[in-house]
Design a protein around this ligand. Structure first.
Ligand code: ZN
Length: 138
């Protein structure tokens, strides 16, 4: 592999592009259905609630809580060798959708269900910024 970021990076397509462009600006956005108001993540062409194809991108609060998590001790990709053990966390956003993400600035033993978290951003390449979460300071 060449130098720089060696972990797998997200595949960006036309549907998800606004999400990743916002992340690069350090903004978390969600698709909101213009028919029923349902927030969805990941991005999709139709609302999973009412099947409408009318949606808009709106800025999310960036706040949520830990829904569940797991700790990876086994390394499934060589680029993660210095990270293990690490937590993969499902964060339930205040708007409703759940995101699989990482928790930063938090010891593994301190992770708890329902703990309040807020988004933070990690610029990993010139193109990709990953939304991650940290314990909420408020
Ligand atoms: Zn809908």
């Amino acid at each position: 592999m060449s130098g720089g970021f060696e972990k797998p990076i997200p595949h960006i397509d036309d549907t998800s592009r606004p999400y990743w462009e916002a992340a690069r600006r350090h903004e978390l956005v969600l698709q909101k259905c213009q028919e029923c108001g349902h927030f969805r993540y990941p991005a999709g062409e139709n609302c999973p609630s009412c099947l409408s194809d009318r949606s808009e991108w709106v800025k999310a609060s960036g706040r949520g809580k830990v829904y569940t998590w797991t700790v990876f001790h086994k390394v499934y990709h060589p680029a993660f060798i210095n990270d293990a053990p690490y937590a993969v966390v499902a964060v339930e956003l205040d708007e409703g959708p759940r995101m699989l993400t990482n928790l930063v600035d938090c010891k593994l033993e301190d992770i708890k269900v329902d703990m309040p978290v807020e988004v933070t951003f990690e610029d990993v390449t010139g193109e990709i910024t990953l939304p991650k979460f940290r314990p909420s300071v408020k």
